[in-house]
Write a protein that binds this ligand. Structure first.
Ligand code: IVH
Length: 703
């Protein structure tokens, strides 16, 4: 990956290039520049970028010249507008005292009603009982956690993966809206969460200055804010005029207020900016009215927003509601409708994903939607193509919302030309040729090749090394492809054998000695991965990060998980009941787990992987609680808490909640109307508690 701008520059004037040659050159430049960006970004102290700043600038310059001569060929991943070109590397990692959550989405009034109904059900509140909520703009920036101790700023951390972020304290100290010392009575530990953003006016000024200087042009204020935040030199951050809105609490040593609104008022008193469009609402009508008001003000605001966040006002309710996967149950983001544009569908291609799903992808005439050039869109599946009657050559309406993959909303059939071609969906995998089948009742057609399908195993490897899984720095998708092509990696365990090939890797055209050593070091560094990351990395269908975490804390080892899933192939085995009863794991997820762990290739693959790694199980939650590690079954009617709240509460205290009574059950909590489970528990002489006794038993433990 060492070609310079001089080597790439064509002999004839750029404007005389044929379209194909220009497109080819842009593609090559995008790849080379991305490669150097990645080197620069992941650089540690011993690493220097492979090329000088001047050589890098020459590549950027050449890219700009080609784009200027062929504006229609500008790529969606063009280096001149690309997201996250991060000029500086080294930020220390910080583990958040409490995870930084994301938000569930609502798109209309029905979604909002579902949300409030869910909350009432969870809290066992009567329908139509009062439910005070706040409504505030959802700022389109970067979330940040600020930790104050005894009123002094100790650190500022980015969200990262929600658990571990990056230490950006030095840069954040330059922001006027982040006080170094807080005013008033503040608990000893006081964490404030909020959004760093750049004003639209500052963004416009920055881009016009960058253009004059021949610097990087940012796609939107959010990307510009990200760039400003990740500077090595805090003076540059200071010059970019970043802003901060505070909107939530992290860890607090003492409560500050009974309500969210009260907390925001305390934040203002302490010296933070709180968004002035925050309102306290008594019901859904008021929430929706405030949503409309914010939507109508949106064009005039000097900052980007992408929706309105609704939050339950009472903190005790927030606490009881807790979170599900990575989002709180007590808040939701009501998103603004997506932006639309019209373009031509040039072709449909089939991509084969990690789980074998054949996904049709629309290749489009590039078009600007909401400030970003889009040239691909997902078509989901074959039914979607048929339902929308999408044909190659059609004029289509495209929609893009936030970071979501663009979609085709509809076809402008009135513009359809005679040549528009119906797409025939393949029934064999276009990559490996195995049959692609579609089980009854499912929308997706899948390749049956498993690990034998090259596309699946490549995608699986990319997933395995990705940030939320094993997080192997510097091993991106291009390198995976390269190593795969050479036959060096096929299964996850092969990655751990790569360091044995150090010299062969270093000899590859695009690899330098230093980057090879960095790669080997990054691989060595993940030989003791958190168990949940390893489980997530296996890429089992329906097993996302949250479920992987549940499985890791329940089973504490990959061997135990595999054993349980193999036992569960027999649905009368207690392990089946235990799996299906874990919060958020039902029969369908259990079936996928069983399918994965009983597949012919799985056991040897796992054994090989465990020969190279020693996964670290998560800490068992609240080991000091009286129910930690115990298996609880709830039966009958619960009167004080809904079934889901009781279950969530028990799990928070480290208990396993099961749906069936067996010899492994420790406690049965029985409400009125309990039947066969109660009888079975009596036979097995299992401890039986009423709901009241249960609540008394666990009080004082976050109950
Ligand atoms: S509250 C536990 N309030 O939206 C609740 N988030 O899509 C945490 N965001 O990661 C979030 N404006 O970065 C909250 N007024 C607001 C927000 C807001 C923007 C961001 C935040 C979060 C993301 C979730």
């Amino acid at each position: 990956m060492s070609r310079s701008a001089d080597e790439l520059r064509p002999d004839s004037p750029i404007k005389d290039l044929a379209d194909e040659a220009a497109a080819q050159l842009l593609q090559e430049l995008a790849e080379i520049i991305a490669y150097h960006d990645a080197r620069y970004h992941t650089a540690d102290e011993q690493t220097e970028p492979e090329i000088s700043d001047a050589e890098y600038d020459a590549l950027i310059q050449l890219n700009r010249q080609v784009e200027a001569a062929f504006p229609g060929l500008m790529r969606p991943d063009s280096p001149s507008v690309r997201v996250g070109i991060v000029p500086a590397g080294n930020f220390a990692k910080i583990t958040h005292a409490l995870p930084m959550l994301s938000l569930g989405n609502a798109f209309d009034a029905d979604d909002l009603s579902d949300f409030t109904a869910r909350i009432r059900r969870f809290l066992s509140l009567p329908e139509d009982s009062p439910l005070e909520m706040t409504a505030e703009p959802k700022i389109d920036g970067l979330s940040l956690s600020l930790r104050y101790e005894k009123g002094k700023l100790i650190y500022a951390a980015t969200r990262g993966d929600g658990t571990i972020g990056e230490d950006v304290t030095a840069n954040i100290r330059t922001l006027n809206e982040v006080p170094d010392i807080l005013a008033g009575e503040i608990p000893d530990v006081f964490e404030v969460r909020g959004e760093v953003y750049m004003r639209r006016s500052d963004f416009a000024a920055l881009n016009s200055e960058q253009e004059k200087q021949g610097g990087k042009i940012f796609a939107n204020p959010r990307n510009a804010a990200a760039g400003a935040l990740r500077q090595k030199d805090a003076k540059i951050t200071a010059s970019r005029n970043l802003r901060f809105f505070a909107y939530a609490a992290g860890a607090l040593s003492d409560p500050v207020s009974d309500t969210h609104k009260g907390f925001l008022d305390r934040l203002s008193e302490a010296g933070f900016s709180v968004n002035p469009l925050t309102a306290l609402c008594r019901n859904e009508t008021e929430l929706l009215a405030h949503y409309q008001k914010i939507a109508s003000l949106r064009p005039e605001l000097d900052y980007d927003i992408d929706g309105v966040v609704y939050k339950i006002n009472r903190h005790d309710w927030q606490e009881r509601l807790g979170q599900v996967s990575r989002a709180p149950r007590w808040a939701i983001a009501h998103k603004f409708p997506a932006e639309q544009a019209e373009t031509i569908l040039r072709d449909i291609e089939i991509q084969v994903g990690r789980t074998g799903a054949l996904t049709p992808v629309a290749r489009l005439q590039p078009v600007l939607v909401g400030g970003v050039t889009v040239s691909n869109a997902t078509l989901h599946n074959e039914d979607e193509i048929r339902r929308k009657d999408i044909r190659i050559g059609d004029s289509v309406i495209l929609q893009r919302a936030g970071d979501v993959i663009p979609q085709i909303v509809r076809v402008r059939t009135e513009k359809r030309s005679e040549g528009a071609a119906v797409f025939i969906f393949p029934e064999t995998c276009p990559i490996c040729g195995h049959p692609a089948t579609r089980p009854e009742g499912e929308a997706v057609r899948r390749c049956t090749g498993g690990f034998e399908c090259e596309a699946q195993s490549r995608e699986q490897l990319k997933h395995f090394v990705s940030r939320d899984a094993m997080d192997i720095d510097g091993l991106g998708s291009q390198l995976i492809d390269l190593f795969y092509d050479r036959g060096w990696i096929k299964t996850p365990a092969d990655i751990f054998r790569l360091p044995e090939k150090r010299d062969e890797i270093a000899a590859l055209e695009r690899m330098a000695e230093k980057s090879t050593d960095n790669l080997c070091r990054a691989i060595e560094a993940v030989r003791t991965p958190p168990l949940e990351k390893l489980i997530f990395g296996l890429g089992i269908r329906q097993i996302g990060q949250a479920t992987a975490k549940l499985l890791a804390s329940r089973y504490q080892s990959l061997e135990a998980l595999m054993q349980a899933c193999q036992n569960a192939a027999d649905t009368s085995h207690p392990d089946y009941a235990e799996l299906t009863a874990i919060d958020q794991i039902g029969t369908s997820v259990t079936d996928d787990l069983v399918r994965f762990f009983t597949a012919r290739q799985t056991a040897p693959m796992i054994a090989d992987l465990l020969a190279h790694t020693t996964p670290v199980p998560p800490e068992a939650p609240s080991a000091d609680s009286p129910v930690s590690g115990k298996t609880i079954v709830f039966t009958g009617t619960l009167e004080k808490r809904s079934r889901s709240e009781a279950k969530a509460q028990a799990e928070k205290l480290g208990a396993k909640v099961s749906g069936a009574v067996s010899a492994r059950t420790d406690i049965l909590v029985a409400g009125p109307g309990a039947g066969s489970k109660l009888k079975k528990a009596e036979e097995l002489e299992i401890e039986i508690l009423s709901e009241e006794e249960w609540l008394a038993f666990i009080t004082g433990h976050n109950g």
